[in-house]
Design a protein around this ligand. Structure first.
Ligand code: CA
Ligand code: CA
Ligand code: CA
Ligand code: CA
Length: 318
């Protein structure tokens, strides 16, 4: 008998004794027809749908018991140890719904983990689509547990060619006769090197002598690896697409850094300006600083890399 099951029997025994005392033990038969429904809300840290060692209970989650006609029978909240319990129930059909719209602050944006992932003693029984367990005829059922899991986190997302070396994803370029400026296409097309797009796009016109601010071109094929905050690899790696984008999604809460494989090329100056449009990789290591993702910070799509044109590349021509 595992410890959870043992605890459940202790709880049941205590409740049965209490019921017996309250009824002066007259109704042994009626005690036998009284049921309990519960009993646990926990944090499914590794999101596998099962209660694993070290995964903590969640306190303060509101649970409501409904009868077969859909009427509210009773409402409670999970205790400090994650337990919730509805007792003294007559024969009937019941289900439990959890108030996911009003979770405690520290798990405010969490969702339900997968239901029925394995051993019913240690899995979650709440349908993520409804927030409710399936209606079932009681006998007593203390395996109706709810696992909460953090939504996935996301990192990204861009590598570009910093043509003018200013550390930003734009370049001010002279124009003639209103013609759009062209990027220095093909600067890195030798061998297995990354590809850049053929043309940049004008994103604005600056007052003055015909200068335009243009997006610089993306760089395709740069390998990006994801590391834990302490520098150890996570095992995840991707390459930038034709639009220069890369991304890692559905990540567990944690601290990460991304490392770009510079492959002998030079990275531009990091943190040159607006974080949404600058480079974040250390030119020596190719890695960004560590970012922590979790509650309140599920996404960081500003981890970009600017590559400098190869030496000898002619500047962008109008
Ligand atoms: Ca788990
Ligand atoms: Ca279960
Ligand atoms: Ca630039
Ligand atoms: Ca940035």
């Amino acid at each position: 008998m595992n410890s959870r099951r043992w605890r459940r029997w202790v709880v049941l025994g205590a409740l049965a004794t209490l019921a017996c005392l309250l009824t002066s033990c007259v109704g042994v038969a009626s005690a036998a027809t009284t049921h309990f429904v519960g009993d646990y809300v926990w944090l499914d840290t590794d999101r596998n749908g099962l209660q694993d060692p070290g995964e903590p209970p969640v306190e303060g989650v509101r649970a409501t018991l409904y009868d077969g006609a859909g009427n509210t029978v009773e409402t409670t909240r999970s205790a400090e140890n994650g337990r919730y319990l509805f007792g003294d129930l007559p024969d009937g059909t019941y289900h439990v719904c959890f108030a996911l719209g009003e979770l405690p602050e520290e798990v405010g944006d969490f969702r339900l983990t997968a239901m029925n992932a394995g051993n019913d003693e240690v899995d979650s029984d709440v349908d993520p689509a409804t927030g409710c367990t399936k209606p079932a005829l009681t006998s007593t059922d203390l395996t109706l547990d709810a696992g909460l899991a953090a939504p996935g986190n996301e990192l990204g997302d861009y590598v570009w060619l910093d043509q003018n070396g200013d550390g930003l994803q734009t370049a001010e370029q002279p124009t003639r006769g209103g013609e759009a400026p062209r990027a220095s296409a093909g600067a890195m097309r030798e061998g297995e090197g990354p590809q850049v797009s053929a043309e940049s796009s004008v994103v604005g016109v600056r007052a003055g002598e015909g200068a335009q601010v243009a997006e610089e071109p993306p760089v395709e094929g740069v390998r990006v690896t994801l590391h834990h905050g302490d520098g150890t690899p996570t095992g995840f790696a991707v390459s930038t697409g034709p639009d220069g984008r890369y991304g890692f999604s559905n990540l567990p809460d944690g601290t990460y850094l991304v490392c770009f494989d510079l492959a002998g090329r030079l990275a531009t100056t990091p943190n040159a300006g607006d974080d949404a449009h600058d480079s974040d990789a250390d030119p020596t290591t190719g890695c960004t600083e560590a970012v922590t993702l979790g509650l309140g910070a599920r996404q960081d799509l500003k981890l970009d890399l600017g590559l400098l044109p190869a030496p000898g590349t002619p500047p962008a021509s109008p």
